[in-house]
Ligand binder design. Structure first.
Ligand code: SF4
Ligand SMILES: [Zn+2]
Ligand SMILES: [Zn+2]
Length: 298
């Protein structure tokens, strides 16, 4: 039976080393603190908002940033997905009240006039494609005025994103990945940072369990259709056979990142003719979806 490498007690997790509860919690929090420092993610005086969903990743990052002494608020997007988002938002509301964190909730229904469920009933769109465009738009819009938008993306998420872009030869999109993104010099873009960048899904799940966070491990009903889900399953299978695969993918990417970021940006930055937000096209993706949905609803 393996023992904690630091104290010889019973381990709660075995990754590259076995650790007991006390040493794992210390190791994990230190890893997040070092990631913030190594990549220069958040300044001490900066005002940050965490894109929170009530899931384990964003709850963990919210909790640790508060514990590390950052001035932090939570921002949740309610897409309007029946039987899923209501439950996770209930947990998040309780968590924020307990931890004295201000919670801001913005909904598709209030902002665009339709829930994701209503949109998908009217329009034959890929759920995650439409949902992703609308969510990124609202997160950016609602985080203006904060210095950083923090997301709960972990090592597994990043390895998946790298592979998704690799398989589709989306090199310019891959160049936008990394622990710090959206560094475009425009006040209408809030830079995004990922303090859990080097923490695996297993580590985050263990930490959130040990801290007793009330997390429902329900999955969005649309998730199974996503390309990400296929890549995730493939990487999990590879990781089980060859431990260290995901970390290897992310480390390779970090080595390539400086060259990727030097690549010329394909399109000049424009502003959406409908809403004025930064966009690569004359009308941004969110306005195009909202327009199409309104035409059908009317
Ligand atoms: S799984 Fe897809 S539809 Fe569900 S919340 Fe995520 S992006 Fe939206
Ligand atoms: Zn120990
Ligand atoms: Zn627009």
């Amino acid at each position: 039976m393996p023992e904690c490498v630091y104290c010889g007690q019973k381990p709660v997790i075995i990754t590259e080393r076995a650790m007991c509860r006390k040493h794992f919690v210390r190791y994990f929090e230190e890893k997040v603190r070092r990631t913030i420092k190594r990549f220069g993610l958040i300044g001490r005086k900066e005002k940050v908002v965490v894109a929170a969903s009530g899931g384990k990743d964003s709850t963990t990052v919210l909790y640790i940033l508060k514990k590390l002494g950052y001035e932090v608020e939570a921002l949740a997007i309610n897409e309007g997905i029946h039987g899923y988002r209501d439950a996770t938002l209930k947990d998040l509301t309780e968590f924020c009240a307990q931890n004295k964190i201000k919670l801001n909730i913005v909904s598709y229904k209030d902002y665009f006039g339709f829930t994701l469920d209503e949109l998908l009933q009217k329009k034959n769109l890929h759920p995650c494609m439409a949902c992703g465009i609308l969510r990124r738009y609202l997160l950016n819009k609602a985080s203006q005025g904060y210095d950083k938008l923090v997301t709960g993306h972990n090592l597994d998420d990043e390895a998946q994103s790298i592979m998704m872009n690799m398989t589709k030869a989306n090199v310019s999109l891959m160049a936008r990945l990394g622990p710090k993104t959206g560094q475009i010099d425009d006040a209408r873009f809030t830079p995004r940072v990922k303090p859990l960048y080097l923490c695996s899904e297993k580590e985050v799940a263990t930490y959130s369990y040990l801290q007793g966070f009330q997390i429902k491990f329900t999955e969005c009903p649309n998730a199974a259709q996503s390309f990400r889900a296929h890549i995730r399953d493939m990487l999990n299978e590879l990781e089980a056979k060859t431990p260290g695969t995901k970390l290897g993918i992310v480390h390779s990417f970090l080595k390539l990142m400086p060259s990727l970021k030097q690549m010329p940006v394909a399109k000049e930055m424009n502003y959406c003719a409908e809403c004025g937000e930064p966009s690569g096209k004359s009308v941004c993706g969110a306005c195009s979806i909202a327009k199409a949905a309104t035409q059908v609803v009317d």
